[in-house]
Design a protein around this ligand. Structure first.
Ligand code: DOR
Length: 443
C-alpha cells in the first residue's frame, strides 16, 4: 500500500458498507487508494474533515438540464453547477430536450456539450419512442447512455409512448433496466376537464391516483410478460407502493424529496411552484412513501430536477409548466429528514449511492472502496442553514424550499479526487466525465 497519496481526507466519519466509523481516505489519480488510519502517510494535500461525515458521492439519477433547446431554463453547465453546489457528484440527465435524445447523434451531441463544461460526472437517458425501437438495443449500450427512458404520460416536451403495444416493443428490444414515467395518458386526456383554471390544487385531481396506478399496473403486466426489468420513476401514490411491493423482482422504485416533503395543503402557499408531474398529493400518500422507504420498498431517491423560469411558472394554471428545481436541494432536504429521525444516514447513502449503482450497474461508483472513483459528498450534520433562492445555481434560480431552515448541509463535493465544491464555493472549472456502466463497458 503506498504511503503517499495525492490527497488525504483526514479525520472524518465514513458512512460506508462496513458501517459508520472514523477513518481517513487516501486518494491517488482520482481513485480511492486506501481507507483506514493514514496517520503515517503523506499527501500532496490533506483536508481536515474532523467533525464532518464522508458519504459515497451522491448520484441523482433523474435531472432535466434542458440543453439543447431550452437553455433559458437551464443548461448542462448551470445544472451541473447546481448539482455540485448541493453535494451531488453524478447525474443522469433526461431525454426530453429539443431535439429529443432519441438517436446516437443526439446522445453524442450531449456528451460533446458536457465535455469540459459539466462540473459533475454524467450519463444521459435515451428516449424510447415508437420510431426508434429498432435502434434501442444499440442505443442503450452506447458510452454515456444511462439506459432507455419512456414517458407513458405526457409531461414537458413531446416524448411519449402511451400504449401497451409501444411499451411492450420497447421492453422486448432492451436488455438494461429501462425507466418509466408512469401516468396513464389516456386517462389524463379523458380527465383534462378536471383541471380548474387558476387553481393548481386541482393538478392532483386531474393527474389522479387512478391514472398513476393504472399505468403502473399496465407497465408491470407488460414487463412480466417480457421478463424485463423496469424502474418506476417518482412514485407518488400509496396505492403504487402497495402494488409494487409484490413485484420487486422486476420493478425498482424511485421516490423524490418533493413527494416526501411537500403535501397538497402547500398549493395554497406555493401555487404553481410545486406543480409537478406526477403531482404533490395528500398527506396519506406522503406517509405511504415514507413507510415504503422505511420498509425498503423504495430503492432510490431522484430529484426530478425540472427547472422552469419564474415567469413561466407565473402563468395561470394550467398554462403553467410542471417542474421545479431540485438537484441542489436533494442533499440538504434529505439530511434535514435524517436530522428529524425520518431515515438513517446509512439509508440515505443506500438510496443515493449504493442503490443507483446496484440498479443501473454503475462501474466503480456508489461506495467508498479501494479501486473505486474517489467521489465523496462531505456533509456537516450540525450545520443549520436557511435555504434561499439566491443560493440556487440553476438558471431557473428559485426553489420551493426558500425560507426553510434545515439542519445538515453539503460542505464538500469531491469528484474523482478533485474538490469541486468546498464550503459553498465552486473550486474548479467543469471537468465532469461520462459515468461508466458494467453492462456496457467498451470492448
Ligand atoms: O413535472 C415534471 N416536469 N415532470 C416530468 O416528468 C418532466 C418534467 C419536465 O421536464 O419539466
Amino acid at each position: 500500500m503506498p504511503t503517499t497519496y495525492d490527497m488525504i481526507l483526514k479525520g472524518g466519519t465514513l458512512v460506508n458498507q462496513n458501517g459508520v466509523g472514523m477513518g481517513d481516505l487516501g486518494i491517488t489519480n482520482g481513485t480511492i487508494a486506501a481507507i483506514g488510519d493514514l496517520a503515517q502517510a503523506s499527501a500532496g494535500q490533506t483536508v481536515d474533515c474532523r467533525g464532518l461525515h464522508l458519504l459515497p458521492g451522491v448520484i441523482d439519477t433523474q435531472v432535466h438540464f434542458r440543453e439543447p433547446g431550452a437553455t433559458h431554463k437551464e443548461d448542462l453547465e448551470s445544472g451541473s453547477r447546481a448539482a455540485v453546489m448541493g453535494g451531488v457528484t453524478a447525474v443522469f440527465e433526461m431525454p426530453n430536450t429539443d431535439p429529443l435524445t432519441t438517436s446516437a447523434a443526439a446522445l453524442e451531441d450531449k456528451l460533446a456539450r458536457a465535455a469540459s463544461r459539466m462540473h459533475c460526472d454524467h450519463a444521459f437517458w435515451v428516449g424510447g419512442t415508437h420510431d426508434n425501437v429498432a435502434d434501442l438495443a444499440e442505443l442503450e449500450r452506447l458510452p454515456g447512455a444511462a439506459g432507455i427512458k419512456v414517458f407513458m404520460g405526457s409531461s414537458t416536451g413531446s416524448l411519449m409512448v402511451p400504449d401497451d403495444a409501444g411499451v411492450e416493443a420497447i421492453l422486448r428490444a432492451t436488455r438494461r433496466r429501462a425507466a418509466f414515467h408512469s401516468e396513464d395518458e389516456f386517462m389524463l386526456r379523458a380527465q383534462a376537464g378536471w383541471r380548474v383554471p387558476g387553481d393548481p390544487s386541482s393538478h392532483p385531481v386531474w393527474r389522479s391516483v387512478a391514472a398513476a396506478l393504472s399505468s403502473t399496473h399496465r407497465l408491470v403486466a407488460i414487463a412480466r410478460r417480457c421478463g424485463a426489468r423496469i424502474h418506476v420513476l417518482h412514485v407518488s401514490t400509496a396505492e403504487e407502493i402497495e402494488f409494487l411491493k409484490d413485484h420487486k423482482d422486476l420493478a425498482s422504485i424511485e421516490v423524490t424529496p418533493h413527494h416526501l416533503t411537500l403535501e397538497d395543503a402547500d398549493y395554497a402557499r406555493l401555487g404553481t411552484l410545486i406543480q409537478m408531474n406526477p403531482p404533490v398529493r395528500a398527506v396519506r400518500h406522503r406517509d405511504a412513501l415514507w413507510a415504503g422507504l422505511a420498509q425498503g420498498i423504495a430503492d432510490i431517491l431522484g430529484s426530478d430536477h425540472a427547472p422552469h423560469t419564474r415567469d413561466e411558472k407565473a402563468k395561470v394554471y394550467p398554462e403553467s409548466p410542471s417542474g421545479m428545481t431540485g438537484v441542489q436541494t436533494l442533499v440538504p432536504i434529505m439530511l434535514d429528514h435524517v436530522h428529524h429521525g425520518r431515515l438513517s444516514l446509512q439509508r440515505f447513502v443506500d438510496m443515493t449511492s449504493a442503490g443507483p449503482a446496484r440498479l443501473f450497474g454503475i462501474a466503480c461508483k456508489g461506495r467508498m472502496a479501494v479501486g473505486y472513483d474517489a467521489d465523496v459528498t462531505v456533509v456537516d450534520l450540525k450545520r443549520r442553514v436557511t435555504i434561499e433562492d439566491k443560493w440556487i445555481a440553476s438558471r431557473s434560480n428559485w426553489t420551493p424550499y426558500a425560507g426553510r431552515e434545515v439542519t445538515g448541509w453539503p460542505v464538500g463535493t469531491i469528484v474523482r479526487g478533485r474538490t469541486v465544491m468546498w464550503q459553498d464555493e465552486l473550486q474548479t472549472a467543469g471537468q465532469g466525465a461520462p459515468v461508466r456502466f458494467t453492462e456496457s463497458l467498451p470492448r
